[in-house]
Write a protein that binds this ligand. Sequence first.
Ligand SMILES: Nc1ncnc2c1ncn2[C@@H]1O[C@H](COP(=O)(O)OP(=O)(O)OP(=O)(O)O)[C@@H](O)[C@H]1O
Ligand SMILES: [Mg+2]
Length: 225
Amino acid sequence: MLYAPPPPLPSHPPKGVFVTGTDTGIGKTLISAALTRAWHGTYWKPFQTGLAEEPGDTETVQQLTELSQDHILPPAYALQAPLAPAAASALEGITLHPEQLTLPEAPHAPLIIEGAGGLMVPLTKTMLMIDFIAQLGVPVILVTRSNLGTLNHTLLSLEALYQRGIPVLGFITNGVDSPQNNQILESIGQCRALYHLAPLSTPPTATALRHIATHIPPWATMNAS
Ligand SMILES: Nc1ncnc2c1ncn2[C@@H]1O[C@H](COP(=O)(O)OP(=O)(O)OP(=O)(O)O)[C@@H](O)[C@H]1O
Ligand SMILES: [Mg+2]
């Protein structure tokens, strides 16, 4: 069993949700775009790295959601190297100050905040992504792979979140569906499955995203009541 029980879900709708994942490339951006589109919220990726090699998640979400610019906030830090924020910023001689960041005002609620990589990604020498989530005080949605390997990674992530008192609204699986894994994650992880994203046959498009967004549960069902 998990070492710590899940913290209660917020009794009132929170200001936003932090979309994290069990890994990099797990589908956080695609899912964040779907949530932003479904809930007509505001997307924010506070720590963007890898801009030397790709346009970045903010631009991807803008294109996929087809929402107006006021649904997208710019990153707090935009870094070139495709590394964790602590390493990417060191290469540029920049010191990150995640401890100074607070929840920005979202022109459209809720705020959908996308992490970088997973929970234990270093932002500085002393601060991990999970510390930053706790500081913001928002609950989490955890994006996980659906097939082999997910039980270990997802349960480790849930336990780390629970130990820090961070509520988890639910998990979203990405890949080939495995109802058996889902059941185990729901029972041992004490966490609800919110949605399953099947593999798309082509690279994601705005049209596909529109369809996915129609299956996302409403924001109003994301708190405890
Ligand atoms: N269900 C899916 N079907 C097809 N392609 C997918 C699916 N999920 C994700 N992808 C693709 O896999 C790649 C990684 O997904 P994504 O960018 O959403 O991951 P991420 O967790 O946001 O990564 P990062 O840690 O870099 O932010 C992208 O090219 C995305 O379009
Ligand atoms: Mg991403």
